[in-house]
Design a binder for this molecule. Structure first.
Ligand SMILES: Cc1ncc(C[n+]2csc(CCOP(=O)(O)OP(=O)(O)O)c2C)c(N)n1
Length: 660
């Protein structure tokens, strides 16, 4: 049985919580009926756990962000989302929050200060960090609350985000609903700790355990914690003990759960127990219960009636494409004064970043060792002095949480640049980029105003994990933009352009170019048109379509063929790439090589070559050639690395193509 203590709370508070619980339960029960009637397709039930969502949501201020999971109906009802919109969302109809693009609770609504989950569960925690960081930087004195299942805490994302919050004193409540199972896996096969309170010790943060079936206890503790955190920002871990009374989702059942456990927890039902206690306390009577029930049922039926009137959205392909990116029309900025100075590629990046920081006072830089140390390549050297530690942030060693943090900053209208120490390490944050940053706008209209800087490429004999070219991983992901400058001029202009655009960018910068190329670069702020290639040299014999280091290789190798002249096209932006420029050069020369440092199979060259064949076939005098690195990992020894890279194979390919 659940034991209640009314504490200082007046009847209206107790009744509000009761109504919240009942609202949630009645929707749950209705969904089970609709499921049996085959009128809805899937349902993740939170029956038996309602007190947590209801109590926690009621305890926070309406404009404090909550990041719920798949069993947190009470968060959505607690924020007064109109039933018809909620039900329409579950049905995948237009009145929902995702235009029918994502299901169930996978949506957010800034109007309601809710950021819904992606299926991967744990990534939510990093996003909560970002929202909390933004509240701190804006001096807002707010709490952010993120839900986790006990199973989800096994994910690295949970660990990373709690650790970041601890180190940065972020006001986040990491709420864990410990409900005994993660799908079919019981707690003893999920974690070894006796309680999650013990885990908090390792992070150096405070933790509290409450009875998650006691709505008053949840409400009171979240209220207390939030009040404390608003005054003195710091994270806290809140473990709510409860039980999952139904299957993971309805179709999967609960056969693996011992009967005894079910019976035991059924006696602790959060609604029945609370109702009984309220009756005993004379806060409620039978008649009032009937009245509230009837009112809520009528509201639910009314909502359903509206929601079920709608059918699935009629597909509109142009709308699908349009929503992949947040609306943004670039105005290309020309340098103002004509002042310029010689800059190396690395100086130009640094200059662009500094210009971005000066222009956007809501821009925050995050990365490992980027603060006083200036980053391993020294691109942010001196930035702390100029912009302060709040905006130039050393991060713990955790790519995923920081990329999530970057998205959280966007939710609060800020901008972020995240420096990967080496492009290779992006694997640790891959999910956040391809599933969270890239899809967020298309799913629920939340842009991700993030630039991820990627020190990339080989030629420094740094072995398989400090040399990779991985732009193709992102090229394949709708929702991202990918740029790859090959010159100092482009490095600055493209970085400034990327920082202006509210969409997520992967900005590739080649490490070997950092200190090996220099040119006169404007000292003023300027941008380069995104999606626009550049013709580096002109000729009629063939086209070499390339980017990054490939531009330099192509120029060098062509110098060794004085009798030939090539169009060398530097793509500069890889996503979206400049199809017009490619078509134009192929129409002109009829012979094309697509050259890149990345490995051959599945590289960007494959896509461009296929596009040329599909669209320019009649202009071709020879098959399109792809010249790329060997389909092996990148070897360490300089001799092997040289053999791996495509540079030395380019000359022969040119000769063969011209002779074809
Ligand atoms: C990264 C990832 N792996 C696996 C899954 C499949 N999955 C969805 S929910 C779930 C169990 C989650 O358990 P828990 O976090 O305890 O939450 P509960 O369902 O008990 O509320 C699993 C394995 C997933 N969604 N994401």
């Amino acid at each position: 049985m659940v034991k209640f203590n009314r504490l200082k709370y007046k009847d209206d508070v107790l009744l509000r919580l009761y109504e919240g619980l009942l609202r949630s339960r009645l929707i749950e029960e209705k969904m089970l009926i609709l499921l049996r009637q085959n009128r809805i397709s899937k349902w993740f039930s939170g029956i038996g756990q309602e007190a947590i969502s209801v109590g926690a949501t009621a305890a926070l201020e309406q404009d404090e962000y909550i990041l719920p999971m798949h069993r947190n109906l009470g968060v959505f009802t607690g924020r007064n989302i109109p039933f018809e919109r909620l039900f329409a969302q579950w049905q995948g109809t237009a009145m929902g929050f995702t235009k029918g693009r994502d299901r169930s609770f996978h949506f957010g609504s800034n109007e309601h200060h809710i950021v819904g989950m992606i299926s991967h569960l744990g990534p939510q925690n990093g996003v909560a960090d970002g929202i909390a960081l933004a509240t701190l930087l804006k001096h807002e004195k707010k709490t952010t609350l993120v839900f986790n299942g006990d199973g989800g805490t096994s994910e690295g994302d949970f660990h990373e985000a709690v650790n970041v919050a601890a180190v940065w004193d972020l006001p986040v409540i990491f709420l864990i609903e410990n409900n005994g199972y993660g799908l079919s896996t019981p707690s003893n096969e999920q974690f070894r700790c006796k309680s999650f309170v013990d885990k908090a010790v390792g992070y150096g943060i405070e933790a509290v355990q409450v009875d998650g079936n006691n709505v008053l206890e949840v409400y009171d503790s979240v209220r207390g914690l939030a009040a404390g955190m608003r005054k003195k920002p710091k994270p806290v871990l809140l473990e709510c003990l409860t039980f999952r009374m139904r299957g993971h989702e309805e179709a999967s059942g609960t056969k693996y759960v011992p009967r005894k456990l079910m019976d035991e927890w059924a006696r602790k039902d959060p609604l029945d127990n609370y109702e009984t206690w309220l009756l005993k306390e004379k806060v409620l009577d039978k008649k009032a219960i009937t009245t509230i029930r009837e009112k809520l049922k009528a509201e639910i039926e009314a909502g359903l009636e509206i929601a079920f009137q709608e059918s699935h959205p009629a597909p509109d392909t142009s709308l699908e494409f349009n929503d992949v990116y947040a609306p943004f029309v670039q105005t290309v900025v020309q340098p103002g004064t004509g002042r310029e100075s010689e800059k190396r590629y690395i100086d130009a990046i640094s200059d662009g970043l500094r210009a971005g920081m000066q222009r956007h006072n809501n821009l925050v830089l995050m990365g490992q060792d980027i603060a006083e140390y200036g980053g391993v390549f020294k691109i942010t050297e001196g930035f702390v002095k100029e912009f302060g530690k709040e905006r130039v942030r050393n991060t713990p060693l955790c790519e995923s949480a920081i990329l999530g943090t970057a998205l959280g900053l966007s939710v609060k209208g800020m901008k972020a640049m995240v420096e990967m120490q080496f492009a290779d390490f992006v694997t640790e944050g891959f999910n956040q980029i391809v599933n969270n940053l890239a899809k967020s706008h298309w799913r629920w209209g939340q842009h991700a105003d993030v630039v991820v800087r990627m020190p990339t490429g080989a030629g420094t004999a740094a072995g398989p994990f400090h040399s990779q070219s991985n732009e193709a991983w992102f090229f394949h992901t709708p929702g991202l933009k990918v740029v790859y400058p090959s010159t100092p001029y482009d490095a600055k202009g493209l970085l400034c352009a990327a920082l202006e655009d509210p969409n997520p960018y992967m900005y590739f910068e080649h490490k070997l170019l950092y200190r090996s190329v220099k040119e006169l670069v404007p000292d003023d702020y300027y941008t380069i048109e995104i999606g626009k290639a550049k013709l580096v040299s002109e000729g009629h014999d063939l086209s070499i379509i390339t980017y990054g280091m490939g531009v330099h290789w192509a120029s060098e190798i062509m110098r060794g063929h004085p009798s030939l002249a090539a169009d060398i096209v530097d793509l500069r932006t890889l996503l979206p790439w400049d199809k017009e420029a490619v078509a134009e050069t192929v129409r002109k020369t009829g012979r094309a090589i697509v050259l890149h440092e990345d490995t051959l199979t599945g590289g960007i060259g494959g896509e461009i070559a296929a596009w040329i064949v599909e669209n320019c076939f009649e202009f071709l005098d020879a098959p399109v050639r792809r010249i790329a690195s060997l389909d092996t990992p990148i070897p360490f020894a300089p001799t092997l690395e040289k053999n791996f890279l495509p540079r030395d194979r380019l000359s022969q390919a040119i000769e063969e193509l011209v002779a074809y």
